[in-house]
Design a binder for this molecule. Structure first.
Ligand SMILES: Nc1ncnc2c1ncn2[C@@H]1O[C@H](COP(=O)(O)OP(=O)(O)O)[C@@H](O)[C@H]1O
Ligand SMILES: [Mg+2]
Length: 274
């Protein structure tokens, strides 16, 4: 509005990385509308690790797909890095948003390195030697050995598949990373290793991360804030302790069951989450 006169006035605060205003997500099936989100508001700020929790079918994956521009708001706005999410596809989403899909299988006919390099190669602007070198750096960034580069996906453990998929999501250095149930299906040791990797990448790369998870250990290990989806909107959003103090049946059941009590005890000993 007053941009033209802003030369000597302090810069406006940077826009949030994700701004969701009054979002409606609606699917039409069998002749009727299914409303998944209704007037959902959410802000995600630069550098935070935001976790999204909610019951099964509450619309968590659809919310991530809205941020990627893969679903269209029926009403409302989804703005990512200052632009409507719908424009991401047209402008090369991979350089702006990385996504680790829950069931994000690797391309089974491609090697590990070819999988990681995929978006860069599709772009077609870099010589193939450079594409391979970049992919090799990402391979090592996610804790894999160079010797794994030429393996086929079918030769990898579940934890290694997740790491390759993460390297693939990060190949173009997007500032925003979306994770859908990143530790689901991993054995406890692999899950712990993957959580440690996510924590160090978040810190070292200065990424903004949005993660859907139902795993309380993963949640408390990583989140700077938590948003709770229920009743088609965000019913609570804040630090883990703020959200746990919120009075709602879902929050009570989710956090204050036996497992939640244990995870909360760990949280209280971890001052960075205060
Ligand atoms: N493409 C689609 N067409 C119709 N309904 C869908 C589609 N995608 C998701 N839904 C519905 O939206 C709701 C939320 O789904 P989802 O976001 O996947 O839930 P979750 O919170 O478990 O990730 C579910 O009822 C699901 O059936
Ligand atoms: Mg889901």
């Amino acid at each position: 509005m007053n941009d033209s006169t802003a030369v000597n006035t302090p810069a406006a605060p940077a826009p949030d990385v994700v701004e969701i205003d009054k979002l409606w997500s609606v699917f039409h099936s069998a002749g009727r509308d299914a409303v998944v989100h209704q007037d959902l508001d959410l802000r995600i700020v630069d550098g935070e690790f935001m976790s999204i929790v909610g019951g099964s079918g509450s619309g968590k994956t659809v919310l991530l797909r809205q941020m990627l521009g893969l679903e269209k708001p029926a009403r409302g706005r989804v703005t990512v890095l200052g632009k409507p999410a719908a424009q991401l596809g047209a402008e090369g989403a991979a350089s702006r948003v990385g996504m680790l899909f829950q069931h994000g299988a690797l391309y089974s006919a491609f090697t590990v390195l070819e999988n990681i390099a995929f978006a860069l190669r599709e772009l077609g602007t870099l010589p193939s030697k450079l594409v391979r070198e970049v992919a090799m750096v990402k391979l090592q960034m996610v804790g894999l050995e160079p010797a794994q580069a030429h393996k086929m996906p079918s030769d990898l453990s579940g934890g290694m598949v997740k790491r390759v998929a993460l390297a693939r999501a990060l190949v173009m250095d997007p500032p925003l990373l979306l994770l859908d149930e990143p530790t689901a299906g991993l054995d406890p040791d692999s899950a712990d290793g993957f959580v440690a990797l996510l924590r160090s990448l978040h810190q070292e790369l200065g990424l903004t991360v949005v993660m859907v998870t139902h795993d309380l250990d993963t949640l408390f290990e990583l989140s700077t804030r938590i948003a709770v989806v229920a009743e088609k909107r965000i019913i609570a959003c804040g630090t883990p302790l703020q959200v746990m103090a919120h009075d709602h049946p879902f929050i009570h059941d989710f956090f204050l069951g036996a497992r939640g009590q244990r995870a909360a005890a760990v949280l209280r000993q971890a001052p960075h989450n205060e």
